[in-house]
Design a protein. Structure first.
Length: 111
């Protein structure tokens, strides 16, 4: 997630284009494809046993939540929120995931 954030300038362009993409059907479809790719990449990080429907569903939910977690700090940084330190939310997220990932994706999931 931190590597995605390292593309700060590209994220700024993304946020600038986003309102236009919502109004332009062609751009919106491109955005859908971008997000589909983005979510496939993150699912590679979240392997869930395909035989365990609950784990697959949990991985999908966590994937969607991580998308928001990446976008949120990027927005805060882009607006220049005073006192914002980008590593802080990622450190907290790391702690949360280290503790909960095995339960979310099934007890057999490696940390």
């Amino acid at each position: 997630m931190r590597r995605f954030y390292s593309f700060k300038d590209e994220l700024r362009v993304f946020f600038e284009l986003f309102p236009h993409a919502l109004r332009d059907e062609s751009l919106r479809r491109r955005l859908q494809h971008l997000y589909a790719w983005y979510f496939r990449v993150k699912l590679d990080w979240l392997p869930a046993d395909p035989e365990n429907a609950a784990a697959v569903d949990a991985a999908a939910g966590l994937n969607e939540l991580l998308g928001a977690v990446i976008d949120g700090p990027a927005i805060q940084d882009a607006v220049g929120r005073e006192g914002f330190v980008i590593d802080r939310p990622y450190r907290v997220l790391q702690l949360m995931l280290e503790e909960s990932l095995p339960r979310i994706l099934g007890e057999d999931h490696p940390r």
